[in-house]
Design a protein around this ligand. Structure first.
Ligand SMILES: Nc1ncnc2c1ncn2[C@@H]1O[C@H](COP(=O)(O)OP(=O)(O)O)[C@@H](O)[C@H]1O
Ligand SMILES: [Mg+2]
Length: 405
């Protein structure tokens, strides 16, 4: 089986998925615009071949360069797990006659208005929504929907350019800030808790899923630097509080006719129990949430994803043994990290629960916390009991401090 793997070396998870493909016996042909020498030894080892193209952002040229390099070789799959390359992957599938999402199939995952229209048609509860192309249309939409509203890009990511407006005055302040966004989505603001529903799906059937809880909601986490955001992969996905959200996830896969691979959904649960759909991507979540799934079940979902897309099978036993918390830290101050406080005490009390210390070390430059959820690194910890997991995660949030100057 010949698999084209787009950007096998970047971002961080891609080498793992590439390794998974090799481990299930695929002939993996990497396609990237980095030189092969920039790939890690392990990634190079997993690849049967590597085609370096001029730029992955130039679709027409990438296709020409690939045609020349592949010289008629049959391509069975084209895989990409990185959002900006979803459409390129679809074009290449069409060009090489490979199965999987076509360009038309991919659009609902990239355009949030088309996504919601499709889901509305299937009877799935989405926030009331309007796509607005101008300031006047934003005002009209807000009037029709009623305050509070959310204003966000129609093809956004990572809560960028996303605002909650409670009043017309707030909308007036926000509109100039989204002036550079070509089309915005104006939505009913849904108050509630926010969760993920992540799947490995095989020909429309969900083979594995993961539910994670964002504490607090991503927009709040992204708007307040002092917060240490948490993502909690939940052990008890049969909890009655999650049932309607999980059911909705299954309905979304059916409504969109997803083929094979990872999906990542977000959904909201209101205080009255109503669940509302957020968004769906035809790729896994980022920020090491795939590793988090592995720590929850002690399996290798990178490899099982590969088995799913190449052989239509998921063989690992799914036993959720732990709740797994990631607590992302933002250093206090600017510049370089010069001290990490509270880590020793946390290790003393909870060392056995901590599975990964990913904190930036002393001496490292601070990262931009608005651009990366990972911020200045994270602690990942796990425990079978949810209340205990949350208590330790909160302790890490409160008592672990990175200081920069
Ligand atoms: N209709 C909405 N009601 C409440 N919060 C929302 C709504 N739309 C977006 N948000 C908030 O903004 C965040 C980012 O929006 P989302 O649609 O997930 O876009 P992306 O993650 O691609 O930037 C969400 O995680 C949520 O916290
Ligand atoms: Mg989102």
């Amino acid at each position: 089986m010949n698999v084209l793997m787009l950007s096998p070396g970047y971002p961080t998870d891609m080498p793992e998925f590439t390794r998974g493909l090799a481990e299930v016996g695929a002939t993996v042909i990497g396609v990237g615009d980095q030189p092969a020498s920039a790939l890690t030894e392990r990634t190079r080892h997993a690849l049967a071949a590597y085609v370096q193209v001029g730029s992955l952002w130039n679709e027409a040229r990438t296709l020409e360069e690939l045609r020349a390099a592949l010289a008629g070789r049959r391509i069975d799959r084209v895989e990409s797990l990185w959002e900006p390359l979803m459409l390129l992957a679809a074009r290449l599938r069409e060009a090489f006659g490979a199965p999987g999402l076509s360009v038309a199939d991919t659009v609902p995952y990239r355009d949030k208005e088309v996504m919601k229209q499709k889901l509305d048609a299937a009877g799935i509860r989405t926030p009331r929504h309007v796509a607005a192309h101008s300031v006047a249309e934003c005002w009209e939409a807000a009037e029709r929907i009623g305050f509070p509203v959310i204003v966000k890009p129609i093809a956004g990511a990572g809560s960028a350019d996303t605002y909650r407006c409670d009043t017309p005055d707030e909308l007036r302040d926000v509109l100039p800030r989204v002036a550079h966004v070509p089309i915005v989505s104006v939505e009913e603001f849904i108050d509630g808790e926010e969760y993920t529903f992540d799947t490995v799906t095989i020909d429309g059937q969900i083979a594995y899923y993961n539910v994670a809880w964002y504490r607090p909601r991503p927009l709040i986490a992204r708007s307040n630097e002092w917060i240490s955001p948490q993502v909690i992969a939940l052990r008890d996905t049969d909890d009655a509080a999650l049932a309607a959200g999980v059911r909705m996830g299954f309905e979304v896969i059916r409504a969109l006719g997803f083929e094979r691979g990872f999906t990542h959904m977000e959904w909201y649960r209101k205080a009255d129990g109503e669940v509302v759909f957020g968004e769906v991507a035809a790729r896994p979540p980022g920020a090491h949430q795939v590793d988090q799934m592995n720590y929850a079940c002690d399996f290798d979902v990178f490899r099982e994803w590969a088995r799913a897309v190449t052989h239509g099978a998921f063989e690992a036993r799914i036993e959720r043994k732990y709740n797994v918390a990631m607590v992302f830290k933002r250093a206090e101050g600017q510049g370089r990290i010069h001290a990490i406080e509270g880590l020793e005490a946390i290790n003393r009390r909870h060392g056995a629960t901590i599975v990964w210390n990913n904190l930036s070390p002393v001496g490292a430059r601070r990262r931009n916390w608005r651009q990366t959820l990972v911020s200045d690194g994270f602690l990942m910890l796990r425990h079978p009991d949810l209340a205990t997991t949350l208590a330790i995660a909160d302790e890490v949030g409160d008592q672990l401090r990175l200081l920069a100057r």
